[in-house]
Design a binder for this molecule. Structure first.
Ligand code: UT7
Length: 340
């Protein structure tokens, strides 16, 4: 049952009620790519003082993919993008804009999106990166849809791609067991009926220090640590709290009920965070998308990777209502509610 949105509400979303400039926008295809090399918990047992039992019970992670030394974020992103484009039956010349969400760009500049642009032959496309850590894909999706709704562009490629292995300290058992590499991409295009109903994006820099890579390149040197550092239990509690809040805010903005959601795709950080979120929202675990067990945490890539896997498996199908959520460094968090 749908509720009428209240224009006085802080979450009132005019596009849910009226559309926006007479347009709609939806995801027309999904693609993903993971590097060939699988790193199991058993392999990590040989590198740091850990056990498969600890990693499995605390995180649900059994394996993750790790990119080759000469394989970069733009390579992963381009491969995911080409699969999505093939399924959407669009070629490089049809793409108006490429947005890559990443915290592991190939280099300081040019942007990873510009490198993807060259690799997929998107000769007409504008291209830029956005950085919102593990919320990056959710932020990028909303930015992409704004360009379509404003009639600036018709076809936007939104990519989440990460080579997190490049910023992991492989001697730090607190972090190295958690992360993996990969990429997911969607083709976002103008549509006849509403696809993306509502989104809510948030940030709070007060929590910047609990999850970060504090280092930077300055004066020809790396200043500060180039490795990911995290206060795990603080991140855990923050994530469970805001994933619950933002799901409710997004459903309210769309004038929809959480019970109408067919699939919940939270950022794939830890199976305990995912299950706690579903429980708090009153959603049965059968509607929860879980791929963290074999991908690990792939930051901006995690949601589109998970989406693609469930679409390929025939679980997420046309017409299903999907809530996607991100939470991560910044802190940033957000959600998008859409009909697939
Ligand atoms: O994308 C967003 C970014 N990240 C996340 O969302 C991660 C959020 N946090 C988490 O997933 C969890 O907090 C962790 C999986 C990181 C940790 O689980 P926890 O239940 O919160 O454990 P903890 O931090 O309280 O640590 C418990 C113990 C510590 O030992 P002591 O101090 O109790 O003796 C750690 O040193 O576990 C120890 N520990 C490990 N032991 C074996 C930490 N890492 C490992 C390890 N193997 N890999």
């Amino acid at each position: 049952m749908n509720e009428s949105p209240d224009p006085a509400s802080a979450f009132y979303n005019p596009r849910a009620e009226h559309g926006f400039l007479g347009r709609s926008c939806s995801i027309t295809a999904v693609g993903s790519y993971v590097p060939e090399r699988v790193v199991t918990n058993a392999e990590l047992e040989k590198m740091v003082e850990t056990t498969d039992e600890w990693i499995t019970t605390r995180t649900g992670i059994k394996a993750r993919r790790i990119a080759a030394e000469n394989e970069f974020t733009s390579d992963l992103g381009a491969k995911a993008a080409l699969k999505a484009m093939e399924r959407a039956e669009v070629s490089g010349t049809d793409i108006d804009l490429i947005i890559v969400a990443t915290i592991t760009p190939d280099m300081t500049f040019p942007s990873t999106a510009a490198l993807v642009q060259q690799k997929i032959g998107a000769v007409r496309a504008a291209a830029f990166d956005i950085e919102a850590a593990c919320s990056g894909f959710i932020y990028a999706l909303e930015i992409g849809q704004q360009f379509i709704m404003s009639r600036t562009y018709d076809t936007v490629l939104v990519i989440g791609a990460e080579k997190l292995s490049s910023i992991i300290n492989w001697k730090d058992r607190n972090t190295c067991v958690l992360f993996g590499d990969g990429a997911g991409a969607v083709v976002l295009a103008r549509a006849d009926k509403p696809g993306l109903h509502a989104s809510v994006l948030r940030a709070d820099g007060n929590h910047a220090d609990i999850l970060s890579v504090p280092g930077n390149v300055c004066g020809g040197r790396i200043v500060g640590s180039p490795y990911l550092q995290m206060q795990g239990s603080q991140v855990f509690k923050f994530a469970v709290k805001v994933l619950d809040e933002v799901a409710r805010e997004t459903a309210a903005a769309a004038g929809m009920q959480l019970t109408d959601v067919d699939w919940l795709i939270p950022h794939q950080a830890n199976v305990r965070i995912l299950e706690a979120t579903a429980r708090k929202l009153g959603l049965p675990l059968e509607r929860l998308v879980v791929t963290v067990d074999h991908h690990g945490n792939t930051s901006a890539a995690s949601v589109p990777l998970a989406l693609d896997e469930y679409v390929r498996a025939g679980k997420i199908r046309a017409g299903h209502r999907v809530m996607m959520q991100g939470v991560g460094g910044g802190f940033t968090w957000g959600a998008v509610l859409l009909d697939f």
